[in-house]
Design a protein around this ligand. Structure first.
Ligand code: ADP
Ligand code: MG
Length: 158
């Protein structure tokens, strides 16, 4: 387990952290975001999407539950053949589980089918609402509003 802590002073810094974090993504990750309303989960995801070369302005999918975006960047993967750049069609799925009552609702969305696919990157806001479904191998990111514009952000790679 690797754990990193950050403090940001404004939304621009949180967005920049998301963009920097995106560099580490190769495809296949499940990124779980935890924290209260306004803690910065969507802001971080906006930066992450930017880092993946997605030009669209990402908005919170609270009422839609899930949105998908095509990644416009070639991600570096450790392929068994060569340490090469493999051009894959990676899809970013952005979920917001705030309105989900329980994991059963998520199952009906076909969510578990999206996991374990190296061509998907999945970012889940309010991931605690579906904790029974989350894969063990995932990245957990905790957002804490510590007053005014300051946020504490902890990234745990399981
Ligand atoms: P969440 O998705 O966790 O509900 P959002 O990212 O949608 O949160 O909203 C965060 C709100 O807090 C935005 O209005 C943003 O401008 C504001 N904000 C202030 N400071 C920060 C910061 N350091 N990081 C992220 N957002 C911040
Ligand atoms: Mg949000």
């Amino acid at each position: 387990m690797v754990s990193k802590r950050y403090t940001t002073q404004n939304s621009k810094e949180t967005r920049a952290l998301g963009t920097k974090f995106a560099i580490s993504l190769k495809g296949g990750e499940v990124v779980c975001l935890y924290g209260n309303l306004g803690a910065g989960k969507t802001t971080f995801t906006q930066g992450l999407a930017l880092g993946l070369g997605i030009p669209k302005n990402i908005t919170s999918p609270t009422f839609i539950l899930i949105r998908e975006y095509q990644v416009n960047k070639t991600l570096t993967r450790n392929s068994s053949t060569r340490n090469s750049l493999t051009h894959q069609h990676i899809t970013l799925y952005h979920l917001d589980c705030y309105r989900l009552e329980n994991s059963t609702d998520a199952l009906s969305l076909g969510l578990s089918d999206l996991f374990n696919n190296p061509n998907n990157i999945i970012v889940i806001e309010w991931a605690e609402r579906i904790k029974e479904l989350l894969p063990e191998r995932r990245i957990d990111i905790y957002f804490e509003n510590v007053g005014d514009d300051e946020r504490k952000i902890k990234i745990i790679q399981n």
